[in-house]
Design a protein around this ligand. Structure first.
Ligand code: F6P
Length: 559
């Protein structure tokens, strides 16, 4: 039995935070000027990451009250319950053990009398062996051709993690072996993903925790048909069965359904109901990535995840980075009125990282009831969003700098570029990565310290435009740096955000591991489908707006 959630708003720490918020007048210029130790005091190592929280909108009193809040709602107890394998996913009655996916071999974890880490490594070894066979060409297609293209078919957590990591680790990919990712049920996605591929050299990985997801199964059938058409085999023939066995593998917790689909169970990689979809990149769901970057790099990724897990488990609260960042988000959301949170990687390789984080954070903490079914007592999950710098600077940063809303932002940057390039220009050599990092540093400075009217005037600005050129500053940022975007560092970054999300969920008393909010739309799509296809009874069941939209569709659809 999991403990009832503590109402955060009824804790002494909340009362203290409410009092501190009243009249809170952050002044990062003064805070930095008066306290030269602030950057040092608020910068923390976490595994290989260096996390500078000194440009946050907190003073020592607020920070102390936030740490007290974590204590009073029992963050550490619930973290330990999660790590032990207790069923803290209450509404689905499941353990939450993504951290077991990255425990080193031999680091046994008994859940219900069973060592789950042994299971994890048994599957990992199979994934690695398979990845090696594809990489070295011993796994061939039905015609004996080497695999040159891998298509991961999956959606949500069965897509976003693999594609994000595939992009992030581009410099580590094996030449001559391309991965593509097919997720959307928009037929455009299947058509464009398959365009130009050679069926004889293409391997499909059907990735679905439940193996019941409409998009994934539809796309898997489309791909199977494309394969058989391409190879010239009749569906159901022996040659077709053999082709599917050579060109289709699956990753799922529902191995019975995998077999029903026609995929040989020998070519299926399992995982477990205690891995949430959005927490599954480091399970067999990462098979496409393991093929792309190889088992050794994949193992480094897992080690990175584990290093951050260990930091979260063992670091004292005042130096525990996921805890501190989660608490800061609570402060911004519940006390300072922030509704969104930007994640701005200064790394083009991380261009899918914000999209990945959207599922992680918003599917986890976008809830209005607590884990005992009672209503949430305060605002919960923020809207996460972002784009890589510097592109974002020329698009939406205006609002972050001068808009009327508070947008806390995480900046992520690396000391070393994946592709070191120099710009030889007018007799100077410029390290382009340095230009890039100068922007990262400049933006966080501008956001924190702004520019006063006097400073604007001192630049000789026409008085009429002085107000428009003032920057208020005091716009909070966290700066996350690492030596380079290696597989291990990527694992650390993902685990950091997993644990930040966890901390916020515990404070709010919500089950961060279910996702009932996605179900109603799926159910209604099944009901509305027949109405679209002309079923009069199904049409009559629809509301007036939906009926009118269907009428428009039927009038304009060309057959
Ligand atoms: O509909 C939401 C969701 O259940 C996500 O949580 C999950 O990652 C995604 O669908 C895909 O589910 P599956 O891996 O079972 O196909």
């Amino acid at each position: 039995m999991t403990a009832a959630p503590v109402d955060p708003t009824a804790t002494p720490a909340w009362e203290r935070l409410t009092a501190l918020e009243d009249g809170f007048a952050p002044d990062l210029r003064a805070w930095f000027a008066d306290d030269p130790e602030r950057p040092g005091r608020l910068t923390f190592p976490a595994a290989d990451l260096l996390v500078d929280l000194s440009k946050s909108l907190v003073d020592d009193e607020v920070l102390a009250a936030l740490l007290a809040l974590a204590d009073e709602v029992g963050v550490a107890e619930r973290r330990d319950a999660m790590l032990r394998g207790e069923r803290i996913n209450v509404t689905e009655d499941r353990a939450v053990l993504h951290t077991a996916l990255r425990r080193p071999a031999g680091a046994a974890l008994e859940v219900d009398g069973h060592d789950v880490v042994a299971d994890v490594h048994e599957v990992l070894q199979r994934v690695y062996a398979f990845a090696d066979q594809v990489r070295d060409g011993t796994w061939t297609g039905a015609t004996g051709e080497r695999i040159r293209s891998v298509v991961n078919i999956g959606i949500g957590g069965s897509d976003l993690g693999p594609v994000m990591a595939y992009e992030a680790l581009a410099p580590y990919r094996q030449d001559g072996l391309e991965c593509r990712f097919l997720s959307n049920i928009d037929p455009t996605d299947a058509a464009t993903t398959l365009a130009g591929l050679d069926p004889a050299a293409t391997l499909f990985i059907v990735s679905s925790k439940t193996f019941g997801t409409l998009e994934t199964l539809t796309n898997a059938r489309l791909c199977r048909q494309w394969l058989l058409d391409g190879l010239g085999h009749e569906a159901g023939s022996d040659a077709a069965v053999d082709a599917v066995a050579k060109h289709f593998v699956a990753v799922s917790t529902a191995l019975d359904k995998v077999a029903e689909f026609g995929i040989d169970p020998a070519n299926a990689f399992g995982f477990w109901d205690w891995v949430g979809g959005r927490y599954s990149l480091d399970s067999a769901i990462g098979t496409s990535l393991a093929i792309a970057v190889g088992p050794e790099r994949f193992a480094e990724l897992l080690a990175g995840f584990h290093a951050m897990d260990e930091h979260f488990r063992t670091a004292e609260p005042a130096r525990n980075v996921p805890l501190l960042m989660g608490l800061l988000n609570v402060w911004y959301t519940n006390f300072l009125g922030a509704e969104t949170h930007a994640v701005l990687p200064y790394s083009q390789l991380l261009h899918r990282f914000p999209a990945y984080l959207q599922q992680l954070t918003m599917e986890s903490n976008g809830k209005g009831v607590r884990w005992d079914g009672s209503p949430a007592t305060t605002e919960t999950g923020e809207v996460f969003w972002g784009e890589p710098g510097t592109n974002g600077q020329h698009a939406f940063y205006q609002l972050i700098h001068q808009g009327t809303r508070l947008v806390p932002a995480d900046f992520i940057a690396f000391a070393n570029p994946a592709y070191p390039l120099t710009d030889d220009h007018d007799g100077h050599r410029t390290d382009v990565h340095e230009l890039f990092l100068a922007n990262f540093l400049a933006q966080t400075r501008a956001l924190a310290f702004g520019r006063t009217a006097e400073e604007v005037r001192a630049e000789g600005t026409d008085e009429a435009v002085v107000p428009a050129r003032v920057f208020t500053g005091n716009r909070p940022t966290a700066s996350i740096m690492a030596p380079a975007l290696t597989p291990s560092v990527l694992g650390q970054l993902v685990a950091l955000y997993e644990h930040i999300t966890f901390v916020q969920g515990v404070v709010w008393g919500i089950d961060s591991f279910d996702q009932w909010g996605v179900e109603l739309g799926k159910q209604l799509a099944k009901e509305v489908g027949p109405a679209l296809s002309g079923d009069a009874d199904a049409l009559a069941e629809q509301d007036g707006s939906t009926r009118a939209l269907i009428a428009y569709y039927q009038e304009h659809r060309r057959r």
